[in-house]
Design a protein around this ligand. Structure first.
Ligand SMILES: Cc1ncc(COP(=O)(O)O)c(C=O)c1O
Length: 413
């Protein structure tokens, strides 16, 4: 008998807790793209908000400080992250209304915002607790809520109303199990930047129902046309608010995995939750230490993102190309993004009869070798949207959208 046939190996099935955990941005369509690449095809990847592959280089000072720190960054750090980096975060927020008394002990560093989102929801939720999450959303929020045993409850953002959250819908969806509301501003995937008035209304709902505020503000400095960003924390000094941010987008070092969460507002009622965050920060030992050394230099001094966002800056120009070309397509409309790195166009169902939007993006990939993400991957209920990143150089973006326009003109399901 051969050693391999001696034992019966028990099947290792996917655990039930992963059933509702989805991340389509790197899902089956992206896997098919990887296969096509392995076969020698060149795929234009417009699916991930990853600036570096599109020639957005990090400021030299960031690389310099990280390289200089390597010899002394071999050991674990404090679980929350190194003190100079956390102090730099406190200084960064001194200029931002809403964080006047931010305590350095209330800043936690993470391997990207992603890890901190996971930790927060694990520390917060009992089975069946509900979290209000926008639809469309950045899908990690939904996935992390499900994984933590919670129930994601999606509130509608209204395309007709500049993709602003519907406060009416939020109010209708609050229950006795609702623990928190997630606000993604500037928004991924819609590019909406919420006004102070809209945010005030959202905070008021949180106040009335004693909800924890989870503010994902990773794009707070990626704003177009002079749009102004208001931090949720500024409007809610009387509520517990966790503000998430990091180096991935504004500083173009998504691969370094450096993020933070800043905790503001009253904490006495939330000792258990905050001890849970401490516990989970300890169990992950610490965030990647070399990348922590990039934080201080990144957040202080010259903010090179501003050049990219000027009217003639690369990011603005690319956003303009995407909006112009999509709007010119038959049966396609798009709300102009005022922040972040994406467009989320609508395919009019009267013109484009799409029943399965994942099928659509797969067909686009097979035929045109262009990879985008279907709208339902962002917990949007109808198969009538796509998300496209606006990171490629204008000429590449233009060529890709031309091909996409031709593809859509003759596509049917
Ligand atoms: C809204 C939003 N939040 C969080 C993240 C995760 O970022 P990080 O690279 O810091 O994990 C992203 C990444 O695309 C994002 O778009």
């Amino acid at each position: 008998m051969s050693p391999t046939s001696r034992h019966h190996l028990r099947p290792l099935n996917q655990p039930v807790k992963l059933q509702n955990v989805l991340y389509e941005i790197r899902g089956p369509v992206a896997a098919r793209a990887a296969q096509l690449e392995a076969e020698g095809h060149r795929i234009l990847k417009l699916n991930i908000g990853n600036p570096a592959p599109f020639g957005f280089e990090a400021p030299d000072t960031i690389l310099h400080d990280m390289i200089a720190a390597l010899p002394t960054a071999q050991g674990y750090s404090e679980s929350k992250g190194i003190l100079p980096a956390r102090r730099a975060i406190v200084s960064r927020y001194q200029e931002v209304p809403g964080f006047p008394d931010l305590d350095v002990d209330h800043v936690y560093l993470g391997n990207g915002v992603s890890e901190l989102i996971m930790m927060t929801l694990q520390a917060l939720l009992d089975d069946g607790d509900e979290v209000l999450i926008p639809s469309p959303d950045y899908p990690l929020w939904t996935a992390a809520t499900s994984l933590a045993g919670g129930v994601p409850v999606h509130y509608v953002c209204d395309e007709e109303n500049g993709w602003n959250p519907s406060v009416e819908d939020i109010r209708a969806k609050v229950t006795s199990r609702t623990k928190a509301i997630v606000i993604i501003n500037p928004n991924n995937p819609t590019g909406a930047v919420y006004s102070q008035e809209v945010l005030t209304e959202l905070v008021e709902v949180a106040r009335e129902h004693s909800l924890l505020l989870l503010a994902d503000e990773i794009y707070d400095r990626i704003l177009y046309d002079g749009a102004r960003h208001t931090s949720v924390a500024a409007l809610a000094p009387d509520l517990l608010c966790l503000t998430f941010n990091g180096l991935s987008k504004t500083y173009r070092v998504a691969g370094y995995r450096a993020g933070w969460v800043a905790i503001t507002g009253p904490t006495a009622h939330a000792a258990g939750f905050l001890q849970g965050i401490d516990l989970l920060a300890s169990t992950r030992l610490c965030p990647n230490v070399p990348a922590q050394h990039a934080i201080q230099v990144a957040v202080s001094g010259h903010q090179s993102i501003e050049e990219l966002l000027a009217p003639d800056g690369r990011l603005t120009q690319q956003r303009d190309i995407a909006v112009r070309m999509l709007s010119a397509m038959d049966g396609v409309s798009v709300a102009e993004p005022r922040g972040a790195l994406y467009v989320f166009p609508r395919l009019d169902p009267e013109v484009h009869e799409i029943r399965d939007d994942e099928r659509l993006v797969l067909d686009l990939l097979e035929q045109e070798k262009i990879l985008v993400v279907h709208g339902t991957g962002f917990n949007w209920p109808a198969p009538d949207h796509l998300r496209i990143v606006t990171l490629p150089w204008g000429t590449d973006l233009q060529a890709a959208l031309e091909r996409m326009g031709n593809f859509l003109a003759s596509y049917s399901q």
